[in-house]
Design a protein around this ligand. Structure first.
Ligand code: PDD
Length: 279
């Protein structure tokens, strides 16, 4: 695989980052994952807008313009002949060759990008649906910034795997925040899609934004409000969204089977119309 690092396209085995890099020492870094379908980036303008915002919130300076980033993403897709999968991008504050908490004055940022090939359209999980487990959200208070500080999410996902679930839904003060790496939704008895409103408590999903727009166009009712694990467990349907899954139905939450254990019509419909628009 050819990867991008600080202006160069090189073999993945030759790409090296300093052990003093603040991305490595402090998770002082932001990232984005953009889906690729038919060799084309999906919703990349949204991802670039969020990247710009994440950088702003952390006083990180993008070393190149977002248009140039998109050009590099597309070049990697071409070089690695990716038809379906994603492009991962990470920007760190770099280093000045030592370990200090405060921002170094003369650090050069590190920008890396690589492609991942995986099937997105023909997905077993989309057909089967996910089993999710609820677990306490122990992440920091700025989940709206897409940083590489992902240990809490990794621990939650692993705890779910260890107990035979596919993923974790995180809870705080008795309410679901979001999935470990996706946004969470339920569908009520009257076919209203419910999802948590945007705030610093969750990542502002680019797929979420696209789904909200699609729902409005298709006159699907949406309520942005908090919901509890109990409400989710007795919901008509549940589902998640992200750039790596698009929409996946949820068919089990903790010990409770949702929508007869089969992907529900709302999740299937939103997945279909999102994909139709993306391809
Ligand atoms: N995760 N919430 C969290 C905590 C996430 O990590 C993600 C994305 C989302 C969905 O955002 P989007 O629709 O923009 O992908 C919500 C990416 C895919 C990841 O970490 O791999």
């Amino acid at each position: 695989r050819i990867v991008y690092i600080n202006g160069e396209y090189i073999n993945e085995h030759d790409a090296k980052v300093s052990i003093f890099d603040r991305g490595f020492l402090f998770a002082d870094a932001v990232y984005e994952v953009t889906a690729v379908i038919n060799g084309k980036l999906v919703d990349n303008e949204g991802h670039m807008a969020r990247l710009t915002r994440s950088c702003h919130e952390l006083q990180l300076t993008l070393p190149i313009k977002v248009e140039e980033i998109a050009r590099i993403q597309n070049e990697l897709i071409r070089l690695n002949q990716i038809t379906e999968g994603g492009v991962y991008l990470q920007l760190t504050r770099g280093s000045d060759g030592d370990r200090e908490f405060g921002f170094p004055e003369d650090a050069q940022p590190t920008l890396v990008m690589f492609t991942q090939s995986r099937s997105l359209l023909d997905s077993q999980k989309a057909k089967e649906g996910l089993k999710v487990m609820t677990i306490e959200d122990i992440r920091w208070h700025r989940r709206d910034i897409k940083t590489t500080q992902l240990l809490a999410s990794a621990l939650a996902k692993q705890a779910a795997h260890d107990q035979g679930f596919d993923d974790a839904w995180l809870t705080e003060n008795g309410y679901i925040t979001e999935g470990s790496s996706n946004n969470a939704y339920i569908v009520t008895a009257d076919d209203t899609v419910v999802t948590r409103p945007l705030s610093n408590d969750i990542l502002h999903g680019i797929t979420r934004a696209a789904l909200m727009k699609l729902a409005e166009e298709k006159q699907i009712k949406v309520e942005e409000r908090l919901f509890t694990p109990e409400e989710a467990m007795s919901a008509k349907e549940a589902f998640i969204s992200s750039a790596t899954t698009f929409v996946y139905p949820v068919v089990k939450i903790n010990d409770k089977v949702i929508s007869d254990g089969k992907p529900g019509p709302m999740a299937n419909r939103l997945r279909d119309i999102y994909i139709e628009l993306a391809v």
